[in-house]
Design a protein around this ligand. Structure first.
Ligand SMILES: Nc1ncnc2c1ncn2[C@@H]1O[C@H](COP(=O)(O)OP(=O)(O)O)[C@@H](O)[C@H]1O
Ligand SMILES: [Mg+2]
Length: 373
């Protein structure tokens, strides 16, 4: 297993991990590499840094993929084949809206939902919505996009796993007993509702106002008949996630807390019978191409200290520093390799901390070197 192989022959790659570790960077790098190897690749990004978005030609949010002109991703004109690179920046609300349009039974039903105040308030804010939308987008690109490779960046949630449960959470919300009750068609059935339920509604109305309740009731009525579609798609997304040519790339920093979280994440994936194809450890200590062991470096430091003069002493101190540094970097690799084994990753790739943010093609290339050679 290599990351190169995923780029060459995978169909779906999900980049996951906790916030700030390098998921968006990794996603962009893998998509770029695929296009340069002649594949038709698309990357679904979430919250990319402004300059990275500009580099990818994503000046505005949108819910449709934009093809990036070849001159931008292959400025030197050296890429082989007729690869293509598209990108989109996920806009939760717009995706939700187009989903409503697409799956409503009529234009009126769609408009009723979109105009609903309750809907307007929850479309962007519902917990797990962003995760859910990333999965919806994946499903849509898979069914309709005609792409060879779809790379999905996942949202910067504290619980990086939410996207696995998100489709279920939404359908669970739509199936919730209280909402079912609210969807009861007539006032008369309200009267038949239990005394407890009426008392509950009265209390809720006192707290949030009858108007809000009316909005909520209208919202769930408007959604009637659409839940099945949501549930079906959620099922198909989970199927797609367990296909042989779908891979999870788990990104982490070398920090202990991030590695712990990565292990937890891998365990949760395993529960869903999904596994980590590759572990990317981003921002490791660079090795500066030093091949000498720390012991060799320390011996050299001693020799230099015995030579006469200032220069020897100063150089000796530098060698001591280098020895400490190399020891630290190797210890880090050792620890991470063991974490990779515990996680059961097919491959562990190390990306050193670079001196600058990864926001232009040159920097993406630098990271690419470590991921795919
Ligand atoms: N290896 C690296 N060296 C230096 N900066 C990096 C490296 N990887 C990522 N970055 C920078 O760190 C920040 C966070 O990376 P990003 O990919 O957005 O993380 P995430 O998507 O996981 O939140 C970005 O500004 C990115 O340019
Ligand atoms: Mg990100």
């Amino acid at each position: 297993m290599t990351i190169s192989k995923l780029v060459d022959s995978g169909h779906v790659v999900i980049c996951c991990g906790t916030g700030g570790v390098g998921k968006t960077t990794t996603s962009a790098v893998l998509a770029l590499a695929a296009a340069r190897r002649g594949r038709n690749a698309v990357v679904v990004t979430i919250d990319p840094a402004k300059r990275l978005a500009d580099t990818l030609g994503l000046s505005e949010l949108g819910d449709t993929a934009q093809e990036i002109p070849r001159s931008r991703w292959d400025p030197a004109g050296v890429a082989k084949g007729d690869g293509r690179l598209s990108a989109l920046m996920l806009d939760t609300e717009a995706t939700f809206d187009s989903l409503v349009h697409k799956h409503a039974h009529s234009k009126e039903q769609a408009e009723r939902i979109l105009d609903n105040r309750f809907y307007r308030n929850i479309a962007g804010a519902l917990s797990g919505t962003q995760e859910y939308m990333a999965m919806e987008k994946l499903h849509e690109l898979h069914e309709e996009g005609g792409y060879d490779l779809i790379i999905v960046d996942t949202p910067p949630t504290r619980h990086a796993l939410d996207f696995l449960d998100a489709p279920e959470r939404l359908t669970r919300l739509l199936n919730n007993r209280i909402f079912r009750f609210l969807m009861m068609p007539t006032r008369r059935s309200m009267k038949l509702a239990s005394f407890a339920a009426q008392a509950f509604l009265k209390t809720v109305a006192k707290v949030i106002g009858t108007e809000v309740i009316d909005d909520i009731v209208a919202f769930f009525r408007a959604f009637e008949g659409m839940e099945q579609g949501f549930r079906d798609r959620a099922g198909r997304v989970l199927e797609l996630l367990s296909e042989a040519d779908t891979s999870f790339v788990l990104v982490t920093s070398p920090r202990r807390d991030a590695v712990d979280e990565a292990e937890f994440f891998a365990a949760r994936l395993r529960e869903s019978e999904l596994h980590v194809a590759a572990l990317v450890v981003n921002r490791v200590h660079p090795d500066f191409g030093v091949t000498d062991d720390p012991e060799q470096l320390r011996r050299r430091a001693k020799e230099l200290a015995q030579t006469d003069g200032d220069a020897g002493d100063r150089l000796s101190a530098r060698y001591e520093n280098l020895a400490d540094y190399v020891q630290l970097a190797r210890h880090e690799r050792g620890e991470l390799a063991r974490a990779g084994e515990r996680i059961g990753a097919g491959v562990v790739a190390y990306v050193p901390a670079l001196a600058h943010d990864v926001v232009d093609i040159a920097a993406l290339d630098a990271v690419s070197f470590y991921l795919v050679g």
